[in-house]
Design a protein around this ligand. Structure first.
Ligand code: PMT
Length: 316
């Protein structure tokens, strides 16, 4: 029997969040990608990454943004590919991107120099880009295997509709699909019907906002859109004292497989991987940091093992 709460989330999505014009085209691409890779024996992970943007005016000048650099999602994509997964990378436009993220703070022109003479040939300055060969090798292997399908979003509406399309696409491969929901998604929005068309005027005095609650998309994702998939959500808090309780509550509410819990200030070196039965702390030591170990390598290793067990339990 249909769950009225879930039907209403689908209805709300259609009514209150503008559907991106390219959603059907993207869905076809994602379905073809998932089927091709599953047939080749790969698992497929959908990674969401970066923050969503919520407009305050329909001809948007101002918007609210959720904080996320996209580093967690981008570096995880690389480690999933190293572990044999194909990756759909649903990311915020201009947030950090797999492989190139390592060079995001470098001015490309500082990294290049002329070989000399009149040939115009250009060389890479390895001192400015010390790890360029390693990154290029991994990048080319990924390209050769066509293991990364990048999809962009900016607004919350785009994120919600593209995530729904991705979930429906990945439902075609059952338990071989993993969802790794690292994006920072707004909990609040202004429905299109209540949004002013033009730029809000400061001459009208201080701004008072009333925003609606965004439907929790994890609910239909787990129950309806991709019920056989292995689903990981992230829980971000700034107060560590409430983190694990909130993570456990999310597992109870949505009945998915894993919550990766992190605190904003320590997220690069410490996370807790919480499942209904277990709780594992992943910590980087000072030595790890010196050796440039990233916490995402540990997270991905933990989750790919858990996904293996899950697939076996599902008889897949
Ligand atoms: O990108 P970085 O700078 O490297 O930082 C990484 C990170 C801190 C952003 C990442 O590790 C992280 O914690 N991401 C989740 C942050 C978050 O938005 O948490 P939340 O409590 O708002 O949401 C919890 C889960 O519910 C999320 O997995 C989200 O996908 C999901 N959600 C959220 C809102 C909504 N309307 N529907 C949802 O399903």
């Amino acid at each position: 029997m249909a769950n009225p709460k879930i039907c209403s989330i689908d209805g709300k999505l259609a009514e209150e969040f503008a559907v991106p014009s390219h959603v059907d085209e993207v869905k076809e691409k994602m379905t073809a990608f998932a089927i091709r890779h599953a047939a080749a024996g790969h698992r497929v992970v959908l990674i969401t990454s970066g923050g969503t943007k919520v407009p305050l005016e329909s001809r948007t000048v101002r918007f609210l943004d959720n904080f996320s650099s996209g580093r967690r999602g981008a570096s995880s994509a690389e480690y999933f590919i190293d572990s044999g997964y194909a990756v759909i990378f649903l990311h915020r436009h201009r947030s950090l991107y797999p492989y190139t993220r390592m060079f995001s703070t470098i001015n490309m022109l500082d990294a290049l120099k002329f070989r000399g003479g009149d040939s115009g040939e250009v060389l890479v300055n390895q001192q400015v880009l010390p790890n360029i060969s390693k990154a290029l090798k991994r990048y080319q292997e990924m390209k050769e295997g066509q293991l990364l399908l990048p999809i962009e979003f900016s607004s919350l509406s785009e994120y919600l509709h593209l995530l729904k399309a991705a979930a429906q696409s990945l439902s075609t491969i059952g338990s071989k699909a993993m969802f790794y929901l690292a994006a920072a998604v707004s909990d609040f929005y202004i429905p299109a019907s209540e949004m002013p068309e033009h730029k809000i005027q400061s001459s009208n005095g201080p701004l008072q906002l009333s925003m609606n609650m965004v439907p929790k998309i994890l609910s239909p994702l787990v129950k309806d859109w991709a019920p056989q998939a292995f689903v990981i959500s992230f829980k971000l808090e700034t107060d560590g004292a409430i983190l694990l309780d909130k993570a456990r509550r999310a597992l109870d509410t949505y009945r998915h497989q894993v919550v990766v819990a992190n605190v904003l200030d320590s997220r690069r070196g410490y996370v807790v991987v919480v499942t209904p039965e277990t709780q594992a702390e992943l910590i980087l030591t000072e030595e790890d940091v010196q050796n440039e170990v990233e916490i995402e390598e540990r997270i991905v290793s933990n989750l790919t093992s858990a996904h293996n067990k899950f697939i076996t339990q599902q008889g897949g």
